[in-house]
Design a protein around this ligand. Structure first.
Ligand code: ADP
Ligand code: MG
Length: 254
């Protein structure tokens, strides 16, 4: 993409549910190679905003662009354009290994050749070896290397959430959106999640973190958008956001 072009951008986004102004005129710009936090009190419209950006909801107003092009009005087309969202509840294949869960993610890539996979050719074996190595590397970033051959069902809640993130990464998105990934994670799992996010940023992805855990966001994000009652009340780097009177008011003034 051309320099300076946002990976994902929403302009003037509005989404009402009856009388509830869940998203009420939001502008947001998410740049490649950054970790972008979206924070705000419960019910402030964070998840709805992401649903607008990913075309999961039809917006009442506003535009969404992905690398400068208008996003198609269908969630699967947004996913094909490289924008992947990980939901709050893990949907893993519980009865297969951790490694196989990651390989499943890789096999959802467009470049993956089903013919290569079904015909047991030398090319297939090479691809398979490379994929397994890549899967293990991603698992190592997430602190799950020693669990690769375990059944997914044997993982702790936090490890399952990390595996869900790794599997999404394996599809090679350009934008990875995580909805409250830190919920229920132990401190070492939080470290693993942060490590994984930093690796993805280095690789040029845009990582979007919708988060409740403000400390986690402040330590990791390059840019933060703060929403309250469907509106952006502050945006900028962690220092700016932390010292913002509007943000203090939103978090403490209730
Ligand atoms: P957050 O993710 O910040 O906690 P949400 O985006 O989930 O907030 O919700 C924002 C507001 O929109 C809340 O008042 C919520 O009750 C309402 N809302 C969200 N989704 C729906 C829906 N599908 N139907 C009706 N109201 C909704
Ligand atoms: Mg939410």
């Amino acid at each position: 993409a051309a320099p300076g072009v946002p990976a994902l951008e929403g302009v003037g986004l509005v989404k009402h549910f009856g009388g509830v102004h869940a998203v009420d005129g939001v502008d947001i710009k998410i740049m490649p190679g950054t970790v972008h936090g979206i924070i705000g009190p419960n019910g402030s419209g964070k998840s709805t905003l992401v649903s607008c950006l990913t075309r999961y909801h039809r917006v009442d107003a506003g535009t969404v662009t992905i690398f400068g092009e208008e996003a198609a009005h269908a969630p699967h087309r947004v996913a094909e354009a490289g924008v992947t969202r990980v939901f709050q509840v893990p949907h893993l294949f519980e009865r297969v290994s951790v490694l196989d869960n990651v390989l499943t993610g890789m096999r959802m890539r467009e470049s993956y050749t089903w013919i290569g996979a079904t015909v047991r050719s030398p090319g297939y074996r090479r691809q398979d070896r490379a994929e397994r190595a890549e899967a293990r590397e991603l698992l190592a970033f997430a602190g799950l290397a020693s669990r690769a051959d375990w059944l997914a069902s044997s993982l702790s809640h936090g490890q399952k959430r990390l595996l869900e993130v790794v599997r999404a990464v394996a599809t090679r998105p350009k934008v990875l959106i995580l909805d409250e990934p830190a919920t229920g994670l132990t401190s070492s799992e939080l470290d693993a999640l942060a490590r994984l996010c930093r690796v993805l940023r280095e690789r040029g992805l845009a990582v979007v973190l919708i988060e409740h855990n403000v400390d986690f966001v402040m330590g990791l994000c390059d840019e933060i958008t703060v929403v309250e009652s469907g509106k952006v009340i502050e945006r900028g780097d962690p220092e700016r956001v932390q010292s913002s009177p509007a943000v203090l008011e939103a978090y403490l003034g209730r």
